[in-house]
Design a protein. Structure first.
Length: 397
């Protein structure tokens, strides 16, 4: 009822507000020779878009990819997925709700295209094929008081000062079902994975002395472990502030294809991607990222599709559950052992202990040769998990 009343008021006030703002828009147009004022909406209802789109846009602006001198003014038209993240963006960029009305008016008056911020409008908008993140530094930061609060919260969770910790998460349907209950989200089910398959990796990392925190804003399963170093943060300690702080301070993040990964990504934290279904659209633009794939079982042919099969057929870019079902393809999740191996590989790499064999390099080269004709990638600097590739060499043929 409250939302409906707000919409009614918006419609009643729309034209008077537009009329009052018309002189402002005229001034904006007249200033164009000196400074280009632009308006744009932040996609705030999904944490992945709210982080990644905004950060990549700002990296491009820093690298002078947007042409002439500009003054960019943003607004949030949708619900806010993380209010603390909004607070951080407001310290970094201009965010004013009045810009929503100015943007609407600008789109109605002819000649306004130049005054529209191109955020989220580029081809492959969920990608960084230009490697902009690697060429720039993070745009978000915590104040000294927030740093102090973050360290205090870590101790309350049970993590001693100056102790490295790992974050891990497995996407499920809980968040979208809770926040957008009227929308049918089954088409994204191909991205899901069971959190229980990640417990083994967390316990292996505990043997190395690391705490691991299971992340998530809303989750369907509780964590099944008695290890005191493996913490079900999502069900016990979760706050919007800590979502940001932990994702920015973890030694590395273990994830599947979910929005939360972009918090760690915009802070340039190392990332271990698991259970990736769409082989062709894996993220390949950061050198501190490793991934492994779900395997694709063809029910009719009774075999796993090979990597060349997947890339040449276009299945590698499919991102709807029903498309896999129509082709009779069953997605096989990574095993606990596969997830553990790639997580330990990341830890060894960060410690400088990882030893690359000639066979590993040969297999990596064979795998990445499959991407040579894909327009969804720039310079490829990420890696596929070494043990995963060794154990699945037959899928290269």
């Amino acid at each position: 009822m409250k939302m409906r009343l707000q919409e009614v008021l918006r419609q009643i006030l729309k034209y008077p507000i537009m009329l009052l703002l018309l002189p402002v828009l005229i001034a904006v147009r007249l200033l164009r020779p000196l400074v280009l004022v632009r308006f744009g909406s932040l996609r705030a209802d999904r944490i992945g878009d709210f982080t990644f789109h905004t950060e990549v846009f700002l990296c491009g602006r820093d690298l002078r990819m947007h042409g002439r001198r500009t003054l960019d003014i943003f607004y949030c038209r949708s619900r806010i997925s993380n209010h603390f993240l909004k607070k951080m963006w407001q310290r970094t960029i201009h965010v004013y709700q009045l810009a929503d009305w100015l943007d609407r008016l600008n789109r109605w008056v002819p000649g306004g295209k130049a005054h529209t911020i191109p955020i989220g409008l580029q081809p492959f908008q969920n990608r960084d094929i230009g490697g902009l993140l690697a060429k720039s530094t993070p745009h978000l930061s915590f104040t000294p008081d927030e740093e102090e609060l973050g360290q205090k919260n870590l101790q309350e969770i049970g993590i001693p000062p100056a102790t490295d910790f790992i974050c891990f998460i497995a996407r499920d349907s809980a968040y979208l079902d809770e926040v957008f209950p009227k929308i049918e989200w089954n088409y994204q089910g191909f991205r899901d994975a069971s959190i229980q398959n990640y417990v083994h990796a967390a316990e292996e990392l505990a043997d190395r002395g690391y705490y691991s925190l299971r992340m998530g804003a809303a989750v369907t399963e509780k964590l099944n472990t008695s290890n005191p170093l493996v913490i079900d943060y999502a069900n016990r300690f979760r706050t919007e502030f800590l979502d940001m702080y932990l994702g920015s301070r973890c030694r590395f993040l273990i994830t599947n294809d979910c929005g939360y990964v972009n918090i760690s990504q915009i802070f340039r934290r190392p990332i271990v991607w698991t259970n990736m279904s769409a082989m062709e659209v894996v993220h390949t633009w950061m050198p501190n990222q490793i991934f492994i794939l779900k395997k694709l079982w063809h029910e009719k042919e009774k075999r796993f599709l090979t990597f060349p099969d997947i890339m040449e057929s276009g299945i590698g870019r499919m991102q709807r559950t029903e498309k896999f079902e129509e082709l009779g393809i069953t997605l096989i999740e990574n095993t606990p052992e596969e997830i553990s191996e790639v997580a330990l590989e990341m830890d060894d790499r960060l410690d400088g202990k990882w030893e690359q064999t000639e066979e590993d390099e040969y297999l990596q080269n064979r795998f990445w040769d499959l991407y040579s004709s894909s327009e969804q990638h720039g310079k490829i600097v990420s890696r596929i998990g070494a043990d995963f590739l060794r154990q699945n060499q037959e899928l290269l043929d």
